[in-house]
Design a protein around this ligand. Structure first.
Ligand SMILES: [Zn+2]
Length: 54
């Protein structure tokens, strides 16, 4: 399972699952990723600390 935002591997038993109103499921390795994705709506390709390929 990988973080939906930064694409880092999430160890089993950790991380957070988030389901949107439209039924899309997101996994987050940390609240930092959750916040960036859901509240700040940042693009992970523009952040240095994510592993998303450009
Ligand atoms: Zn993450």
């Amino acid at each position: 399972m990988k973080c939906s935002f930064c694409k880092k591997e999430i160890p089993p038993g950790t991380g957070k699952m988030y389901i949107t109103k439209t039924g899309k499921i997101y996994y987050f390795c940390s609240s930092k990723c959750e916040k960036n994705m859901l509240k700040l709506k940042r693009n992970p390709t523009k952040l240095k600390w994510t592993k998303v390929k450009k």
